[in-house]
Ligand binder design. Structure first.
Ligand SMILES: *Cc1c(COP(=O)(O)O)cnc(C)c1O
Length: 458
């Protein structure tokens, strides 16, 4: 056989000339290729990716119903921002905002925005906090030079990003071993007349717990009464916004609390929609600074927009609305309770092995298991994560906590909608097996281990 057999005649019949050639990676291709070849080239690359069903690291949705997938696939050609051409899509966005405001106990009619995720929602919410603060200060003839924002070390990185991008001093409450959320005593010494707001988390990415939002609200109410300082509270409910209303409906964290003025949530986390969609909901219209709203006359229709993005897809908004009407409160409650039951089952199995300690499993928590080794006998959490992935393909992350709890390493397994009890039992066995392997051969992560040895708590 000669190389001629790989020529055009054969590829025209068999396709996929990249079976034996390097794929384009650096220079812009001078010629194209048949659709089938392009399809296979991309698809074959992705075969090497991790399996989303075994990705217990992500909070983001990895499965939706076939009907929802159909809605998504059939609306990819619809630009969400073209409100004049696609008024029903715009109306469906507004329905979602109203339903979330209702779920979060907004006292009356309010405003909100669809965003790409919680990060965009937090940038916008933070901007509104800053502009409202500046308006209050200007009206009082006071300086607007040094705005600050108070939050804990348990927040997502986007809060520090907001502070750096928008020139706001971050006043960060440090964590410490055993204390992974914040409360009123942490906030009190950091609040002053230059505080644009306090950000509290409902469902932290680190351990899945909530800051003491009730306590912080009570403190801010007291500061308002005693010192005349009206400091708004923003709740970052990226994950918790679709968990607490269903698992802990009687636990107040939302607009039932007086100082909570805005809330963000990620539709693509426990809202059960594929990425990317997020929401920002204000308590009242007045909480959105009106100078941030752009009113455009676009193609003959007046449109008020408050987003960083312009063009984006409609599919995820439609998919979010699909989930709301498909599941309702009862459906979301059913799904969340299943996830919680399986998370608890996994936690119990891990605890029963005698190797691990669970972090705050008896508190209100996202459906996940946060755990750590009781002892570091020759291997650490990074080794367990690595071994588990190598042996069984499970992706369960190990990470160190933020300052000042850096010496603490935690592992975290999200228990999603598709994680059945059978998966949980298998995962528990696989974790035990990975630890048994490590006990025999020792760990591989010298750097991490030496760092652990210098830490306390073991
Ligand atoms: C995920 C997350 C974010 C960022 O949200 P995206 O939707 O990924 O942009 C912010 N805060 C918390 C607490 C999160 O869990």
């Amino acid at each position: 056989m000669t190389t001629a057999s790989h020529g055009n005649d054969d590829t025209a019949i068999f396709g996929n000339r990249f079976a034996t050639k390097e794929v384009p990676t650096r220079t812009f291709p001078s010629t194209g290729m048949p659709a089938q070849d392009a399809f296979r080239l991309v698809a074959e690359d992705l075969v090497l990716e991790g399996d989303p069903a075994r990705n217990l690291a992500t909070f983001v949705t990895t499965w939706m119903e076939p009907e929802a997938q159909r809605i998504i696939a059939e609306n990819l050609h619809r630009n969400f921002i073209d409100h004049a051409e696609y008024p029903r899509t715009a109306e469906i966005e507004q329905r979602c905002i109203r339903m979330l405001a209702d779920l979060y106990h907004a006292p009356g009619e309010t405003m909100g925005a669809r965003t790409q995720g919680s990060s965009e929602a937090i940038m916008l919410g933070g901007l509104s906090l800053k502009w409202n603060w500046r308006k209050r200060r200007t009206a009082a003839g006071a300086s607007t030079e040094r705005p600050n924002l108070v939050f804990g070390g348990d927040v997502h990185v986007v809060w520090e990003k907001f502070c750096r991008y928008l020139d706001v001093e971050p006043r960060i409450v440090p964590l410490r071993p055993g204390k992974y959320t914040i409360g009123p005593d942490d906030v009190l010494p950091r609040v002053d007349e230059n505080t644009i707001g306090v950000a509290a988390v409902l469902g932290t990415t680190f351990t899945g717990h909530k800051d003491d939002i009730v306590g912080i609200n009570d403190l801010l109410v007291r500061i308002k009464r005693e010192r005349g300082l009206d400091v708004p509270l923003h709740v970052d409910a990226a994950s918790g916004g679709f968990v607490w209303p269903f698992l802990y409906p009687d636990s107040p964290w939302d607009f039932r609390l007086e100082q909570v003025r805005s809330i963000n949530t990620s539709g693509h986390k426990f809202g059960l929609v594929y990425p990317g969609i997020g929401w920002l909901i204000f308590r009242e219209k007045a909480d959105l600074n009106e100078d941030l709203v752009f009113t455009e006359n676009y193609l003959g229709k007046t449109d008020a927009t408050f987003t960083l993005n312009f063009s984006t897809g409609s599919s995820m908004v439609l998919a979010q609305y699909y989930n709301f009407v498909r599941y309702g409160r009862a459906g979301y409650t059913y799904i969340m309770q299943n996830m919680q039951a399986n998370a608890r089952a996994l936690g119990e199995k891990l605890a029963a092995m005698g190797l691990f300690e669970l972090i705050g499993a008896d508190e209100e928590q996202l459906p996940l298991v946060a755990f750590r080794l009781l002892d570091h006998n020759g291997f650490d959490e990074f080794d367990v994560a690595w071994q588990l992935s190598a042996e069984r393909g499970w992706m369960v992350p190990a990470y160190t906590m933020p300052p000042d709890a850096q010496q603490v390493t935690i592992m975290r397994a999200l228990v999603k909608e598709t994680m059945s009890r059978e998966h949980v039992d298998t995962l528990a066995r696989d974790i035990e097996q990975a630890c048994a392997t490590l006990a025999k051969k020792g760990g591989a992560h010298e750097y991490e281990r030496s760092r652990m040895v210098t830490g306390s708590g073991h």
